[in-house]
Design a protein around this ligand. Structure first.
Ligand code: RTP
Ligand code: MG
Length: 141
């Protein structure tokens, strides 16, 4: 059993559409443990750090403008194989191609405004958690 932590962020479209509760409920029902939870409006610097791997890509500016346009809700989720489990639950990037039953498949119809972000590796998760949370905001329980 490999217990992992992952970072999840409900994007501005998810917050504005009132999907916070629906999304958190899915992770709770799955059995993932919420170790940290916070709403905030990302600064440009924070957004650029979170998405540093996409710097230089054609969609980068649009992505940074989008994720800083309204509040987001970030969380640290812990559980067995949490990184891949959560990626499966959110579905592929393009909401039009994401299977029904996944979060993007059920709630997104776009590749850019796709409701939610999740880390794609344990190493990225630790990096992204540090960008979003202070150490004392993560609860050991
Ligand atoms: P995320 O990082 O947000 O969890 O999404 P992902 O791994 O499924 O997709 P990634 O390739 O990392 O892209 C990051 C986010 O950039 C926006 N995007 N727009 N217009 C486009 O072609 C395009 N491609 C990506 C999306 O918001 C995507 O989630
Ligand atoms: Mg990604």
């Amino acid at each position: 059993m490999a217990v992992q932590r992952t970072f999840v962020m409900i994007k501005p479209d998810g917050v504005k559409r009132g999907l916070i509760g629906e999304i958190i409920a899915r992770f709770e029902r799955k059995g993932l443990k919420i170790k940290a939870l916070k709403m905030k409006k990302l600064t440009r610097e924070e957004a650029e750090k979170l998405y540093d791997i996409h710097k230089g890509k054609p969609f980068f500016e649009e992505l940074i403008n989008f994720v800083t346009s309204a509040p987001v809700v970030g969380m640290v989720l812990e559980g067995d194989e949490a990184v891949s489990v959560v990626r499966l639950m959110i579905g592929p990037t393009d909401g039009r191609k994401a299977p029904p039953g996944t979060i993007r498949g059920d709630f997104a119809l776009s590749i850019g405004e796709n409701v939610i972000h999740a880390s794609d590796s344990p190493e990225r998760a630790e990096y992204e958690i540090k960008v979003f949370f202070k150490d004392d905001e993560i609860i050991d329980w």
